[in-house]
Design a protein around this ligand. Structure first.
Ligand code: 7TS
Length: 593
């Protein structure tokens, strides 16, 4: 188990001049003070979600322990207090964004729901067949898929602004896409996968010259810079509370009054109506028209506390500190042999996506190895598959910084990466043998059940996840590399974040024995391939199909430690093996029948 709040405090060296008192600030974020795999946590996954200060935790606790009541309907004290705090938080958000009116602030679950609200409501009213919606190539999936759904429903067309080599927004290409059919522009303010800060004001101005409204996805902008929706003059602005030190499950859609007034309700229910009869229902005024049902009251109160916390520290001081962190980290990471940063546009927020090309180390392995050193980064496609495809990589590792990160943490990240690169380079493998030499693995035991019992014995002997992880890696290390001829498209297993190939055959001279070989560019996945080979290769197809493989992974505790993406990848490999087994069983049945 990971240690919770057990470490003596790590000194917070501040070699970068900063107006923030980092030592004091870090004390107000309890989650930062813990051991992970026996090392002090270095949390660099802030673009996914940030940690929470006591100011937010206390506000949540105060609401639930003292003021908990439903809002807008109670005549009693608690209801009045809850309503007052909820609406006070709306005023905090209004000031935070410099919106003209509190009614322009709609509370939603997060950025994703804010964009879906606009796609659904604005889309229903204003978008028709042949119309166009403009997004960019660097959008998060939550600013792609809602528009694709709208296009499918209406016959509208999605147009995509390309991005350049450095991950920059190609403004000229954007302007070329604007035309009388364009009904909305929806662009990310700061990219979560590249860090690019887009020229939001100019994007809005160009669209407005054509009378086109603009939505800005501010999920990654709000934590890093002061936002003024009136200076930007955007029509909609969306952000999530949890990325700006607030609670999960709460976010904001800002919209200009005249647009929100013109849009139909998003969801029907309590609080969003003026009157209901079976003949006709009339809707409540803004913002309640868009806030059906009991909202996330505690979340709203917590979000208000988070934004006040950020403003009290000073958004300029935070931006300045993060800019120094970004410069320092960029310099340090560029010094790691074989490491390549993806996304080098100017200006950029404190987000660094990177890959290691030489020796090739998959993003998944980088993330897993860093985790074992107590360093939390994100790996994968970051919900930006088109960005990965644009840069020709399956995934990146991403370090994303927050106001509480320090230069010392960056030193430790760089040192950890150097160690990982050196360790992998030291055991670089020769290229695979010629095809004719390849021995398909024979059965490791009498049956899959017997093989599983042997594996379970090994894993049950190892208690901690890092020991089991090492055992899986060692098994992967012993896998012979897959010959290039087997790395065909047909053998590629899709659904994994890393590149995985699996080649199978019926063993010559047998009726129903399946043998297979696999490989992956990620050490952990290669280990999982080795586990599957030990379990199944050389076994009878019918026994493979009868074996409860999910139950086995649960029993040895692997499934709890794999992320959803990795579990999906493992499931895809298992499915491929089962498909080959089913094909053999099918042939057998066909032959018999
Ligand atoms: N837009 C951007 C630019 C984002 O980065 C994210 C979340 C979203 C929208 C969706 O926000 P949600 O709060 O509604 O989920 N980005 C990430 C990330 O980079 N890693 O995990 C979540």
């Amino acid at each position: 188990m990971n240690g919770m709040i057990t470490t003596p405090k790590r000194p917070t060296r501040q070699p970068l001049p900063t107006a923030l008192d980092l030592e004091k600030i870090r004390d107000t974020f309890p989650a930062l003070n813990q051991l992970v795999h026996g090392r002090p946590l270095i949390y660099l996954d802030n673009a996914a979600t940030s940690q929470k200060p006591y100011a937010v935790l206390d506000a949540l606790s105060r609401y639930y322990s003292r003021d908990n009541a439903n809002i807008h309907r109670a005549v009693h004290q608690l209801g009045e207090r809850a309503t007052r705090d909820y609406e006070a938080a709306r005023a905090v958000v209004q000031r935070f964004l410099n919106a003209a009116r509190p009614e322009e602030i709609i509370f939603v679950r997060g950025t994703t729901e804010a964009i879906n609200l606009v796609a659904s409501s604005f889309g229903r009213k204003f978008v028709h067949a042949g119309d166009e919606i403009v997004i960019s190539h660097m959008e998060h999936h939550s600013n792609i898929v809602p528009w694709q759904l709208l296009c499918e429903a209406t016959g509208a067309v999605l147009r995509v602004v390309p991005i350049g080599e450095r991950g920059e927004f190609l403004f000229d290409e954007y302007e070329k896409l604007l035309n009388p059919r364009t009904k909305l522009v929806s662009i990310v303010h700061v990219s979560n996968s590249l860090g690019t800060i887009n020229p939001a004001k100019q994007i809005v101005e160009a669209a407005h010259r054509h009378g086109i409204p603009v939505l800005l996805d501010g999920a990654q902008a709000v934590p890093h810079m002061a936002i003024d929706v009136r200076t930007l003059d955007c029509d909609f602005y969306a952000f999530s509370g949890h990325k700006v030190y607030g609670p999960t499950g709460i976010g904001v859609l800002y919209g200009k009054t005249e647009l929100l007034e013109a849009m139909p309700p998003y969801q029907g229910g309590g609080d969003m109506i003026a009157s209901v009869s079976f003949a006709k229902t009339t809707y409540n005024v803004l913002p309640y028209k868009f806030e059906a049902g009991t909202p996330n009251i505690a979340g709203v109160v917590g979000l208000g506390a988070a934004l006040e916390y950020v403003q009290a520290l000073g958004q300029d001081a935070i931006a300045d500190h993060e800019a120094r962190l970004l410069r320092y980290a960029t310099e340090k990471l560029q010094g790691v042999p074989g490491l390549r940063i993806i996304g080098t546009a100017e200006p950029k927020a404190a987000v660094i996506s990177f890959v290691v090309d030489d020796p090739p180390i998959s993003a998944l392995d980088l993330g897993t190895k860093l985790d074992l050193k107590g360093i939390a980064v994100r790996t994968g496609h970051h919900c930006c598959q088109p960005v990965m495809e644009r840069f020709g990589v399956p995934a990146t590792a991403r370090a994303s910084f927050a106001l509480y990160n320090t230069a010392e943490e960056i030193d430790r990240l760089a040192a950890a990466l150097e160690d990982i690169v050196a360790e992998v380079a030291a055991r670089a493998k020769p290229t695979g043998p010629a095809l004719v030499d390849v021995p398909f693995p024979t059965a490791s035991a009498e049956s899959p059940v017997a093989a599983a019992a042997e594996l379970a014995e090994l894993f049950e002997f190892l208690n901690a996840w890092d020991e089991r992880y090492q055992a899986v890696l060692e098994m992967g290390d012993k896998l012979p590399p897959l010959p290039a001829a087997f790395k065909s498209d047909a053998n590629r297993v899709h659904g994994c974040q890393s590149t995985v190939h699996l080649a199978a055959r019926k063993r010559p001279g047998t009726a129903d024995v399946l043998e297979f070989l696999g490989d992956s560019d990620a050490d952990l996945v290669r280990g999982l391939v080795a586990v599957l080979e030990r379990l199944f290769s050389g076994q009878r197809a019918s026994e493979i199909l009868a074996f409860d493989v999910e139950g086995f992974f649960h029993r040895i505790g692997l499934d709890q430690h794999l992320t959803l993406g990795r579990r999906n990848g493992l499931a895809a490999m298992v499915q491929r093996v089962r498909r080959h087994a089913a094909a053999i069983v099918g042939q057998e049945t066909a032959a018999v029948g």
